[in-house]
Design a protein around this ligand. Structure first.
Ligand code: AMP
Ligand code: ZN
Ligand code: ZN
Length: 404
């Protein structure tokens, strides 16, 4: 009787856990999670018990984004190791001289899903698939686009209405699969902390605090869910940039400096990308390169070296960068200025992004000095087990995290 009960319980346990426990010998899965707009100091608010525990198991640090400190350029940098100037995604908004009549905008699917814009660098999920490592993307900028006809084995069209809980369940469902069809490289993306940071600013507010706490809880569910299945996984958590407090009282109005017909502002806000209209070049250069208060403007050829920006033909002729917390406008604001924004110089500590790593291949590390986000890519390649493509990242920077 007891023997039969034990056998039944064993069978039940096996049925519940599936084949996962059989694979101690398989290489661990890499799960790359982006918390859009998550500043490292948000961890100090006492709202993130899961992340606090996971940092003890591995590492948490501040990471310097690439210029411009915007969502699309930096997400593509993290998965290619190339700075925006070299990965081709030089802004959330951009114009290519090859297609002067079209503007890339992340909200315009016709442009954002066109491989034309993404061809200058190969993202990690494509390289993985090429060497036989199954990849799956639960959202990531660029993940919906085919490269030379290839895509991740599992991918989804971005939809903000797919809530964080559903994103977690999707990844857990992937991990529950038999090993042969289980992804070994997974990306995940959460946008709610960035959204609250824009609306309420990076200071304390019930809304931003709630967003931070919720994402912490969701990441706790993913990590514990994967662990409960017995699937070994290394987690790398990154943010794309930080967030600075903005206000209507800190606005630079381009209308006060130059006549609007004389230029096109491809982008405005914490930084502005300005293309002088034909025949007005000198007027625009004279007005902007003076320099006006609370921002610094540069010809693309003369940008400060630490920005690593300006060689790509998609970069506009003049790049103006506002002082921290200031907003450059061209006419009326397209969105409320009061709240939070990003796009400033990556050396500005408000723009710094959270980086975390933990898992069976990660050595617990108490302190990691500030580093550039290009170095995450070689770490991801090492964790996942393939040769990284040439990039701006150096494997040596994060190599001390590897190995127990
Ligand atoms: P930003 O304007 O730089 O703050 O960008 C953040 C926004 O990017 C988020 O609120 C998302 O709605 C949007 N976003 C993130 N990933 C994607 C994607 N794959 N496709 C389109 N929009 C996205
Ligand atoms: Zn972002
Ligand atoms: Zn944002």
């Amino acid at each position: 009787m007891i023997a039969r009960l034990v056998a039944a319980l064993l069978a039940l346990a096996l049925a519940l856990t599936g084949p996962a426990f059989a694979q101690e010998s398989e290489p661990p899965v890499t799960i790359l999670i982006s918390i859009d707009g998550m500043r490292p100091d948000y961890l100090d608010r006492g709202l993130t018990p899961n992340l606090a525990e996971f940092r003890q198991r591995g590492v948490a640090a501040a990471m310097r984004p690439s210029f411009p400190s915007k969502t699309f350029p930096n997400h593509y940098t993290i998965v290619t190791g190339k700075r925006p100037d070299r990965n081709g995604i030089v802004g959330n908004l951009m114009i290519d001289p090859v297609r002067p009549d079209q503007k890339f905008s992340m909200g315009d699917a016709r442009q954002a899903l066109d491989p034309f814009w993404w061809q200058e660098a190969e993202p990690i999920w494509i390289t993985a698939e090429k060497v036989g490592i199954r990849a799956a993307t639960m959202f990531w900028p660029g993940s919906e686009v085919a490269h030379e006809g290839r895509r991740p084995s599992d991918w989804l069209r971005f939809d903000q209405n797919i809530g964080n809980a559903q994103r977690v369940n999707t990844v857990l469902d992937w991990m529950r699969r038999p090993a042969a069809i289980r992804p070994r490289l997974v990306t995940m993306y959460f946008d709610t902390v960035d959204t609250a940071g824009h609306r309420f600013g990076p200071g304390r507010s019930p809304e931003l605090d709630a967003a931070i706490a919720e994402v912490d809880a969701r990441i706790g569910e993913v990590v514990r869910g994967v662990e409960a299945m017995g699937v070994r996984a290394n987690f790398v958590i990154t943010a794309d940039h930080g967030m600075a407090e903005t206000d209507e009282s800190r606005v630079i109005q381009l209308d006060d400096l130059i006549d609007r017909a004389s230029y096109v502002a491809v982008e405005a806000g914490p930084y502005a990308a300005i293309e002088p209209a034909a025949g007005t070049d000198n007027r625009v250069y004279d007005a902007l390169l003076k320099p006006p208060a609370h921002m610094a403007c540069h010809r693309k050829e003369q940008l400060p070296a630490h920005l690593h920006y300006g060689k790509n033909p998609r970069v506009a002729a003049i790049i103006c960068i506002a002082d921290n917390g200031w907003t450059i406008l061209s006419g009326p604001p397209p969105y409320p200025v009061k709240g939070g924004a990003h796009g400033y110089d990556p050396n500005n500590s408000d723009m710094h992004a959270l980086f975390m790593a933990f898992g069976p291949s990660i050595r617990p590390t108490e302190k990691l000095p500030l580093f550039d986000n290009v170095h995450v890519y070689p770490l991801l390649a090492a964790l996942t087990g393939f040769e990284p493509l040439p990039s701006d990242g150096e494997a040596a920077t994060l190599a001390p995290l590897l190995g127990r």
